[in-house]
Write a protein that binds this ligand. Structure first.
Ligand code: ACO
Length: 443
């Protein structure tokens, strides 16, 4: 018997099945369908709400070992990229699979910068949002609207079209994000300045006032660039899954990206760094840390920014962000919340509650503190996450479109509703027995 197989014995029938094990630990769920009690039986399937143990694709992009705290893009450790690369180069790596040589990097940078402007009608579309519209909602709406500006994007099987939409999206995201911010502040929009770096230009579009030319602070420019590298991809998280799932219908990439942005908008995904900052502001002082830890251990509250579905060790991105915070504070002045965060981490990491549950700081524990020190309002935090993540989404979308094994995403369900029943005309129908809401709510 081959050793890389799984033997299943169905105790209902006594039949025995050999299921191949691929890639070291993978079985194909579709092979379970052969396990039946009779010819007209549907066959077995697996039930996995939230995909906690189901791979939806094979991917060559990002590798995570959560037990060891390892994150690599295309094989390169995140620490090396954060130290030596810049966001645009990392985006190239994610999308093309290799780091560029000088010539290719220059062409890539030029191609992205050629697409930083948006159609003037996009500006007018932005003007239509209420004065207090959430910038992430504005980003979501305008990215979706881009599909109407670029109908050629529907040609998703044309590699040249995919390349063009990829450049357009990476080029335009900072512009849309900055316009959303300026709209929120009631400030005039600032056009892109392509003499600046990708992040320098973003800072200019956000913060330029009456000066003729905005000069980004190099430390803040670099810090934002590193944060962009750290957030560029994280394999099959909720928003990437949305990008792949919606993209699997063969819709254009702007619509699929809008879906991914919508997923990232949710507080369980892109909003955790805001929850951390709110928590630290509420704690208010180092003196209250022991009391807070006690409440967490009693199950009365969560320690936001701690724990992760995949990392059961220190999130490697959190280590880098913690170091970065000090560099940023040299320029902006210290955000006092950092002291509370460090004390929370110090106490938590020597407490058995956290150690036994393998709860370590995740990337969000420190990133919000940096963004706040840089002058970003909390509503901008998920937008700052979306800008770099678009390169990850596009890398994953490109891979999905070209993967011959992929089809339209269509999970199965386990139906647990009513059996067959027959329609009764409304005048002969009694009040529904198990619907408890009052009639007014039903209306
Ligand atoms: N504070 C206190 N206890 C926690 C925390 C936390 N932050 N996270 C997990 N636990 C406890 C749980 O109560 C549970 O304890 P139990 O075994 O006694 O019941 C145990 O640790 C395991 O936790 P789960 O909820 O099963 O872990 P899961 O993998 O489902 O959740 C999650 C991961 C959602 C990130 C969780 O750790 C959490 O809510 N953290 C706070 C929110 C946060 O920081 N989210 C950002 C994630 S990173 C990102 O999205 C970019």
């Amino acid at each position: 018997m081959a050793s890389n197989t799984l033997t299943i014995i169905d105790n209902r029938t006594g039949k025995r099945y050999e299921i191949p094990i691929e890639e070291g630990n993978v079985i194909r769920a579709s092979l379970l369908r052969q396990i039946k009690t009779s010819e007209d039986d549907f066959g077995l399937m697996s039930y996995d709400p939230a995909f906690t143990n189901t791979a939806s694709c094979k991917s060559k992009i990002t590798y995570i070992d959560g037990e060891k705290g390892i994150l690599r893009y295309r094989g390169y450790p995140i620490e090396e990229l954060a130290e030596n690369s810049n966001y645009l180069e990392t985006a190239y790596l994610l999308i093309k699979g290799e780091l560029p040589d000088i010539e290719r990097y220059k062409a890539w940078e030029h191609n992205i910068k050629t697409h930083t402007m948006v159609h003037e009608n996009i500006k007018r579309l932005m003007d239509g949002f209420r004065y207090d519209a959430h910038p992430m909602g504005m980003l979501l709406g305008t990215i979706g609207a881009l599909s109407t500006f670029y109908p050629d994007a529907a040609n998703i099987f044309d590699p040249e079209s995919r390349r063009l939409q990829t450049r357009r999206l990476i080029g335009k995201l900072p512009t849309l994000a900055a316009y959303a911010y300026r709209h929120m502040r009631g400030l005039p929009y600032v056009y892109p300045d392509n003499d600046l770096s990708y992040t320098g230009n973003f800072l200019s579009m956000l913060f330029k006032m009456t000066e003729v030319k905005y000069k980004p602070n190099p430390v803040l420019e670099r810090a934002l660039d590193v944060l962009f590298i750290l957030h560029a991809d994280h394999e099959q998280n909720c928003s990437t899954n949305a990008m792949r799932s919606v993209g699997s219908s063969h819709v254009d990439p702007y619509s699929a990206t809008a879906a991914a942005v919508a997923a990232l908008y949710g507080p369980l995904h892109g909003g955790a760094n805001e929850a951390v900052v709110r928590m630290l502001m509420e704690i208010g002082s180092i003196k209250r840390v022991p009391e807070i830890i006690k409440q967490v251990k009693a199950g009365e509250r969560l320690l936001y920014g701690f724990g992760h579905r995949v990392y059961k060790n220190y999130d490697p991105r959190a280590k880098i962000v913690r170091r970065l915070a000090n560099e940023v504070f040299e320029v902006t002045g210290k955000n006092p919340l950092i002291d509370i965060a460090l004390e929370l981490e110090r106490i938590a990491l020597q407490d058995d509650y956290f150690v036994s549950r393998k709860l370590y700081p995740n990337v969000d524990f420190y990133s919000g503190i940096i963004y706040q020190a840089m002058g970003f309002p909390m509503v901008m935090f998920p937008v700052l996450f979306a800008i770099p993540r678009v390169s990850g989404w596009l890398a994953q979308w490109n891979e999905m479109v070209q993967d011959p094994e992929q089809k339209i995403a269509r999970p199965r369900q386990v139906y647990i509703g009513e059996g067959l029943r027959h329609y009764v005309p409304i005048e002969r129908r009694p009040a529904p027995a198990h619907l408890e809401e009052p009639v007014s709510e039903a209306i």
